[in-house]
Design a protein. Structure first.
Length: 454
């Protein structure tokens, strides 16, 4: 059977939010004693018996953990390596018995391959084709649409159940068999599927966002574009914001705002360049000229800027006397007993001073202080402080929305919401209308790279 390799690269990230994919449980309460598991817990074998009794006792097993509705869409497949009498594939809760096939009692539901029937309780309903050795049977749980369907050799067999979310207990994957020598190979995403799961997932995602945007006016909304422009202003990416206004018709107010904010943007851009180049001492001079005593009014920012000056002296291998002298001035300024920063930033300053003790500070345990991201941290901190000094908010509206979005995602996860799988911030915002859709060009502008929210 030919595998569909298109789904495997992204399956583990889409399919299972845990550290590892599902396997079958080996617990006594989760597996019939008639079944054997290989070391991977993915191959099931019905044990040969020597008791003289018929080798046709039903035997089932459930997955190592329940399937969370927050997966949105969960899919797995079973390959029949050797078929004896019957194979049942389906789902069940923790009360399902392991001495019956899935669907043969009220706590489980299953598709039986010997006659193609569906079972929920004991009633048999016609559903799909029979299956034998070599066939691949799949089971898909779509929590978004509240349904279950099965597949055979990559083809969908139709809806089998429409009350998936009515279960009062967590749902587990289940498989059962009753026949000596039966051997079944399971794929919970450890390899590519026969069914084109990724295409199905993308179709469902597209349908979800189509319905969402039909009910929402957010796509192309000037307010959204203004929020993006505001973020670009806040982070001193004015050229990109101006380009956004030029590309989007009817948004003259964005360009007007850019013209008003241009002096501040250019000043903050210049400071960021200086910090990223390691010329932090020059930054201190420029800030004092434009906003005298700002570092006294904002001691936290002053502390990190001055500490970065010290780090840059070490990086540039400045004369020892100059480096030590500046370090002593930091101690006098920030380690006074009455200073509120004495305890909060003691560890930061101690680690900065530790750089001096190493022959090669770039390979020392505190070498992270010399990494580029520390310069970026100081540059962002300084940018926010200057915005506040000028009467602006230090946090962009878009950033606040993103934080709220993150909080909502956490609540959705706590509520086991199936649509959580599709709640991507970029997708929810939508793309601008056609005349504004120059996103790739704006993002790739070399002179004004975008600052990504993380």
């Amino acid at each position: 059977m030919e595998k569909n390799n298109t789904s495997s690269p992204t399956l583990s990230s889409i399919h299972d939010s845990e550290d590892s994919l599902l396997t079958w449980s080996s617990k006594f309460s989760d597996k019939s004693s008639f079944l054997e598991l290989d070391p991977s817990h993915l191959i099931l074998t019905y044990k040969e018996r020597v008791t003289g009794k018929p080798d046709n006792e039903p035997a089932s097993v459930r997955s190592s953990r329940p399937i969370s509705p927050t997966t949105g869409i969960f899919y797995w497949e079973l390959t029949i390596l050797k078929k004896g009498r019957a194979v049942g594939i389906g789902i069940g809760n923790s009360n399902a018995t392991m001495n019956k096939l899935p669907g043969m009692e009220k706590h489980s539901f299953g598709y039986h391959t010997e006659d193609g029937s569906l079972h929920k309780g004991t009633a048999a309903l016609p559903y799909g084709p029979t299956c034998t050795t070599g066939d691949v049977i799949g089971c898909c749980l779509n929590f978004l649409d509240n349904l279950v369907f099965f597949t055979k050799n990559g083809l969908r067999l139709g809806v089998a159940n429409k009350d998936l979310l009515n279960a009062s207990l967590p749902i587990y994957a289940m498989v059962g068999t009753r026949g000596s020598g039966d051997e079944l190979l399971t794929n919970f995403g450890q390899g590519p599927f026969v069914f084109d799961y990724l295409s199905y997932f993308q179709e469902e995602k597209a349908a979800f966002y189509k319905q969402l945007h039909e009910k929402s006016s957010i796509r192309g909304d000037p307010f959204v574009l203004e929020m993006v422009a505001d973020y670009l202003f806040q982070t001193a990416h004015g050229a990109t914001a101006e380009a956004l206004a030029l590309e989007c018709s009817g948004l003259e107010f964005i360009r007007q705002r850019y013209q008003r904010a241009r002096p501040s943007i250019e000043f903050r851009q210049g400071l960021k360049v200086l910090v990223l180049e390691g010329r932090v001492d020059k930054v201190v001079e420029e800030v004092e000229k434009r906003h005298p005593r700002m570092f006294e009014r904002n001691p936290k920012v002053g502390f990190f800027v001055q500490t970065q000056v010290f780090v840059e002296l070490i990086r540039s291998q400045a004369p020892v006397a100059e480096t030590v002298g500046f370090g002593q001035s930091l101690l006098l300024r920030y380690f006074k007993s009455e200073s509120p920063l004495s305890y909060d930033y003691q560890n930061v300053l101690e680690e900065a001073f530790a750089l001096v003790a190493y022959h090669d500070p770039f390979t020392s345990p505190v070498a992270y202080l010399l990494q580029p991201f520390r310069r970026e941290f100081v540059a962002d901190l300084l940018n926010s402080a200057i915005l506040e000094e000028e009467g602006e908010s230090g946090v962009a509206t878009l950033e606040s929305v993103y934080r709220q979005f993150t909080a909502i995602r956490e609540e959705l996860h706590a509520q086991n919401c199936p649509s959580l799988i599709f709640t991507d911030f970029k997708d929810l915002l939508g793309k601008p209308t056609k005349e504004c859709a120059q996103e790739d060009e704006l993002v790739s502008m070399e002179t004004d790279p975008p600052h990504m929210v993380t």
